[in-house]
Write a protein that binds this ligand. Structure first.
Ligand SMILES: [Zn+2]
Length: 120
């Protein structure tokens, strides 16, 4: 069964206006799952929508985003973070927490430069 995004993603969930022509873009998919970027011209918000196809049913999950369609396309193509990478960064932060705290404290204590704007 082909997923027709216009049937599932007909209206903006935020302002309930119909999506205009060309405002729904397929970012990609795998198996029976497809991801769309939906931009609402009425309210200016955008949404990422993941559409799942089951045996005789369709379901979707939406996530409001500030990404433009081209940014979402670029993000969609980047490799996913692996569980090993997550564990690695967690371990690294844990092992270096004292250094990280020291750097954050130093930055918090450093007076920020105040720049004066030039008057026209
Ligand atoms: Zn809207």
């Amino acid at each position: 069964m082909d997923i027709q995004p216009s049937q599932l993603l007909e209206r903006c969930p935020l302002c309930h206006e119909k999506y205009g022509t060309g405002s729904i873009q397929l970012l990609g998919g795998e198996g029976k799952t497809q991801t769309f970027h939906c931009a609402c011209s009425a309210c200016g918000h955008a949404m990422l929508s993941v559409v799942f196809e089951g045996s005789g049913w369709l379901s979707s999950i939406g996530l409001v985003t500030d990404l433009q369609a081209d940014e979402a396309q670029k993000l969609f193509k980047t490799p996913t973070i692996t569980s090993d990478e997550c564990i690695g960064i967690h371990t690294s932060i844990e092992q270096n927490s004292a250094k990280i705290c020291q750097i954050l404290l130093e930055q918090a204590q450093t007076p920020r430069r105040v720049t004066k704007r030039k008057t026209p």
